[in-house]
Design a protein around this ligand. Structure first.
Ligand code: DC
Length: 340
């Protein structure tokens, strides 16, 4: 009896050699699509992903196992049908059906494996992201979020980014180059060329710089240009604390802790007044109150990434709290979320 193995191998080899580029590309594309679908469904919810994976695997085995069994049977007991020597139409049909069953099961198994792999990779990546302690602290001007964020970062040994400084620096760079804040092109160019090493400039801290920052912060392209830097910063080492207006909603929507710090307008103006007074500035309480209200209105009413608490943010009202009390209250919120 002649061995059928070479015959099967030859047929397979000839089959692959005669495939067109499209016939080779189609399954590759299908596998890639299934991997993306797996990643997507795992990111939507573990339950759905696992259920689809389990059902897909069962369906593949239901086709594959009988197909493999029938092929084995033909190889062992009816090799003539495989090599097309002595066959009846019924034998030929059974052989083709066995091959089809096996082929469909194998294709399905490859598809399920791609789907599973996509889901696994997406799960591993999101676990890695979750492992980092990213704390989003949002709130209006002078709510005390900066002082708080700095202390929390020092407590956990995390990086700290006052994202308001980025917007302040963009406005400064526009003005320094002789541009106007209303000039969209100049603001966008400055945001794209921002140099983070210049954020320690003490001139960025004044109320004028804050008002200018609030003007250019309305421009979607300016916000988009600063997004990557903020997100990359958040992903450093063990994580980071970022304070701003849209950290919990846009910059780090996956942050493990989100705190929205508020305080009455008057309390905030009083704090700013004492700060400026201490530095010998002549600005009045009324001017600071007006500045805070103007900025709040502009930051809250803009169309992109307005000042807003994320739905899962915890509110912290610091109107009647000093810096130490606000820190204790914030630590309670954080420890409740992530443990001690
Ligand atoms: O936090 P701050 O006062 O330094 O911010 C200055 C301005 O920058 C603020 O009025 C609005 C804008 N800003 C923003 O739009 N988004 C942020 N994440 C941070 C600040």
């Amino acid at each position: 009896m002649t061995s059928v193995a070479p015959a099967v191998g030859d047929v397979a080899a000839l089959g692959y050699l005669s495939m067109t580029a499209l016939e080779v590309a189609a399954p590759v594309v299908l596998v890639a699509v299934l991997a993306v679908v797996g990643a997507w469904s795992a990111s939507r919810g573990r339950d759905l992903y696992v259920r689809l994976l389990r059902h897909g695997l069962i369906a593949a085995l239901v086709l594959l196992v009988p197909g493999a069994f029938l092929i084995g049977w033909f190889i062992a007991f009816d090799p003539e049908t495989i090599s097309g020597i002595t066959t009846t139409p019924a034998q030929q049909t059974s052989w083709i059906l066995s091959m089809s069953l096996f082929g469909a099961g194998l294709s399905m198994l490859v598809g399920v494996a791609a789907y599973g792999l996509g889901g696994w990779v997406s799960g591993a990546l999101s676990n890695k992201r979750r492992y980092k302690l990213i704390i989003a602290i949002d709130g209006p001007a002078a709510s005390g979020k900066g002082t708080l964020a700095k202390r929390i970062a020092a407590h956990y040994g995390l990086g700290w980014l006052d994202t308001g400084l980025l917007y302040r620096a963009v406005a400064r760079d526009v003005v320094v180059k002789g541009g106007r804040l209303e000039d969209l092109g100049a603001a966008i160019a400055a945001a794209r060329a921002i140099d983070a090493t210049t954020l320690c400039d003490p001139h960025l801290r004044g109320p004028r710089a804050g008002d200018d920052a609030s003007m250019i912060a309305k421009i979607p392209e300016v916000r988009a240009a600063l997004l990557d830097y903020q997100r990359t910063f958040a992903q450093q080492g063990k994580g980071a604390v970022l304070d701003g207006r849209d950290i919990g909603t846009v910059v780090c929507p996956d942050a493990r802790v989100k705190i929205f710090v508020t305080a009455s307008d008057e309390a905030r103006a009083r704090r700013r007044f004492l700060e400026h007074h201490g530095r010998g500035d002549t600005i009045t309480y009324e001017e600071l109150l007006a500045d805070i209200r103007r900025r709040d209105a502009r930051d809250s009413n803009r169309s992109v990434a307005p000042l807003a608490a994320a739905p899962d943010a915890i509110l912290l009202d610091t109107t009647d709290l000093d810096a130490d009390q606000a820190f204790v209250a914030a630590m309670k919120i954080i420890e409740k979320k992530v443990g001690k």
